[in-house]
Design a protein around this ligand. Structure first.
Ligand code: GLU
Length: 324
């Protein structure tokens, strides 16, 4: 069986160097192992997504030297490749979870939850764990609340320890209580990232999910959904985030490091790939390199220890190339 990987950007902004690193690494993983690479646009959050960003994303990735075997523009046997066109599949999964009695309606408002959440939650991609207020409402209480407000649907995250083997950082364990019951469908009808990404990766036959470590604690949540829906789970691997001397993570607001602005500044894509390859330990010093020149030597040996630092020297090196 061929391995299948994917890059799944959210078109709510332009791709930046951090996104490019995730795209390059997952592309290299597939090209190195002779697998197939899928591009999927995660535009489930319609108000935040823009078709223009999705289009630019495809252009930026091609400019960087990446290609894909299946995607929104190339098509493929797992189409459609945009989440906004896959809602029927998410609804099916919701129906199945309801049948299994694994969801419950939640009437809590954001502000109610914010006032309860006192625990630090900086590490969770979902915010503070849900305190479970609506998990055990009586049917009368549910009916009463339902008259005033449409509910979100929450998944009953299994209690106890949830461990998985990360392909880069090794064994990772989380507590089900610490992760909490998460939303799979919002009160306004929007399906959540956790649900959509799980359904899509499963239906698209993805065998390898390689993505940034900001999504590390999403993995036990998604694995719980795979288990509940009796779907085959892929192998997961998380790459470090790229930060600078002051921040563990590059700011999304730093417009100077979007691929589009680097392109417009006259920086060659080989220079961006060279910078990323140097940070990842695929080459010994920063030098321009093409993405396909890295395929043979791809490895993840240097990616298991902490964040990568885009130093001011490296920034100067990158921008030095602007006039060349
Ligand atoms: N769409 C997500 C993002 O852009 C990535 C999803 C994933 O790789 O699982 O952050």
């Amino acid at each position: 069986m061929k391995r299948r990987g994917r890059f799944a950007p959210t078109p709510s902004g332009l791709l930046h160097i951090g996104n490019a690193f995730a795209a390059l690494a997952s592309w290299l993983q597939m090209r190195h192992y002779g697998g197939e690479f899928v591009l999927r646009i995660e535009d489930i959050d319609k108000p935040r997504s823009r078709p223009a960003f999705a289009e630019q994303c495809l252009k930026d990735l091609r400019w960087l030297g990446l290609d894909w075997d299946e995607g929104p523009d190339t098509g493929g046997s797992h189409a459609p490749y945009a989440q906004s066109k896959r809602e029927a599949y998410y609804e099916e999964a919701i129906d199945k979870l309801i049948e299994l009695n694994l969801l419950y309606p939640c009437y809590c408002s954001r502000s109610e939850l914010a006032s309860i959440a006192s625990a630090p939650h900086g590490l969770s991609s979902e915010g503070a764990p849900y305190p479970g207020l609506c998990r055990s409402l009586s049917s009368e209480e549910r009916e009463r609340k339902a008259m005033k407000k449409a509910p979100a649907l929450r998944f009953k995250m299994p209690r106890g320890e949830a461990c998985f083997m990360d392909g880069i950082t090794g064994k990772q364990c989380f507590s089900g209580e610490g992760l909490g019951d998460f939303v799979v469908k919002r009160a306004d009808g929007m399906f959540s990232y956790q649900l959509a990404v799980t359904v899509d990766d499963a239906m698209m036959g993805i065998t390898d999910v390689l993505r940034g470590s900001d999504l590390l604690d999403s993995t036990p949540r998604q694995l719980a959904l795979y288990e509940a829906l009796a779907l085959n789970a892929p192998d997961f691997a998380h790459i470090p985030l790229i930060g600078d001397e002051d921040n563990p993570r590059l700011s999304k607001r730093d417009k100077s490091i979007t691929l589009t602005s680097l392109h417009n500044a006259g920086i060659a894509p080989e220079r961006i790939v060279g910078l990323l390859a140097y940070l990842a330990g695929w080459i010994d010093r920063p030098e321009p390199v093409k993405a396909d020149e890295l395929v043979a030597s791809y490895h993840t040996d240097c990616l298991s220890s902490g964040n990568l630092v885009f130093t001011s020297e490296l920034r100067a090196w990158l921008f030095d190339g602007a006039s060349q």
